[in-house]
Design a binder for this molecule. Structure first.
Ligand code: ATP
Ligand code: MG
Ligand code: FE
Length: 348
């Protein structure tokens, strides 16, 4: 089936078109430049930008895919979690399309889409697998037996107890005077630095913490440690070695993420680890995961960086899976839910 997916949960207006596991178009318009001077995404600005970009982005996707809207068999849309106003724009557009075309609509979970997108690159998802979702707003380990969420198919094993991994990247980048969003800038800067220059803390890895938080993450202590370290340098009147701080910080984040993800897979006897979300674009995370997983006989799948950050193709991919597995479409009055839990993959 030909599925068109719409994504507007944050600052990317994404429209993707897939046929089964084949990606036909992935049009993304980002309002990131409009938010950069505020150092973070401004919800009202994002909603307005979605409104302006929606129709042109749909047109661009159709053009790239070489289809007309009448060829579409189903419409999928992110109905949460995310910014309420931003989600509403996408949901309203998807409803209008579905109604106008007389085609079914699937309201799908943004977080599960970050996992499902991998099938566009590597084929059918390995189920069961452990999925590590690391993005701007979330960091979780999920046991995935059915990515459409049926019968508890997406089951949280652990999550961050404070900041998300991407949030930590963005905050540390800001401390270092790097532009927003900081993840890609830290990634790049870190290549010139040493991973062992500074010994930053690995959150929730002490024996005591592991008893209660074996698969949980914590990044706020790390962020504070980086801030203290940078402040001390500045107070001493010494230059801040940005690349070394970036590399050592990034190592601390990636070390914990990979350690816990592999532990989660091993503990379940699961041989496939899937990594998704914006932080999965990080080159060190990808390298470390592959290197350590190989020693344990665990396979790692990470989509290419362009599919890790928000896009419409991921929504279309999950929508296509809903169709393929015969799930009941959502109702035309499906709600947008800014705090949708990861377990609710398909809106009723
Ligand atoms: P969520 O998916 O939780 O709703 P989001 O949609 O805002 O949040 P994504 O678009 O999935 O988040 O990811 C954006 C985050 O990914 C930002 O925090 C950004 O800094 C981070 N990021 C992007 N590229 C990289 C990279 N190469 N290294 C580290 N972090 C990165
Ligand atoms: Mg974004
Ligand atoms: Fe996202």
């Amino acid at each position: 089936p030909l599925v068109l997916g719409i994504e507007t949960s944050c600052d990317e207006t994404g429209v993707g078109i897939v046929r089964g596991h084949t990606l036909l178009a992935d049009a993304v318009a980002s309002s990131v430049d409009e938010h950069a001077r505020f150092g973070g995404v401004v919800p009202e600005v994002a909603s307005r930008a979605h409104l302006e970009a929606m129709v042109p982005t749909i047109e661009r996707a159709c053009e790239t895919a070489g289809i007309t809207l009448h060829d579409v068999d189903a419409v999928a849309v992110t109905n949460g979690p995310g910014l309420a106003g931003a989600l509403l724009v996408g949901v309203a557009a998807a409803k209008a399309l579905a109604l106008g075309l007389g085609k079914p609509i699937y309201g799908v979970n943004h977080l599960a889409s970050h996992v499902a997108v991998d099938q566009l690159e590597h084929g059918p998802l390995p189920e069961p697998c452990v999925a590590m979702l690391v993005s701007g707003g979330h960091s979780s380990l999920l046991r995935v037996t059915d990515v459409t969420g049926q019968d508890g198919g997406v089951d949280p094993m652990g999550q961050t107890i404070d900041d998300a991994a991407g949030e930590a990247f963005d905050k540390v980048a800001r401390l270092l005077g790097l532009p927003f969003p900081g993840g890609p800038h830290i990634d790049r800067s870190a290549r010139e630095g040493s991973t062992v220059a500074i010994d930053f803390p690995r959150g929730l890895t002490s024996r005591r913490d592991l008893e209660r938080h074996r698969f949980d993450f914590s990044f706020s202590g790390l962020k504070t440690a980086v801030a203290r370290w940078v402040e001390a340098k500045e107070r001493a009147g010494e230059p801040v070695p940005v690349a070394d701080v970036a590399a050592s910080f990034q190592e601390a984040v990636c070390d914990v993420l990979v350690r816990k993800a592999l532990d989660a897979a091993s503990s379940e006897g699961i041989e496939d680890l899937l990594i998704g979300g914006g932080v999965a674009a990080n080159s060190r995370l990808r390298h470390l995961a592959e290197e350590r997983a190989e020693k344990l006989g665990i396979r790692v799948r990470v989509p290419r960086p362009g599919l890790c950050t928000d896009n419409g193709a991921m929504v279309a991919a999950l929508g296509a899976e809903m169709v393929a597995r015969g799930r009941t479409p959502s109702s035309l009055d499906l709600p947008a839910d800014s705090s949708l839990p990861v377990t609710e993959v398909l809106a009723v």
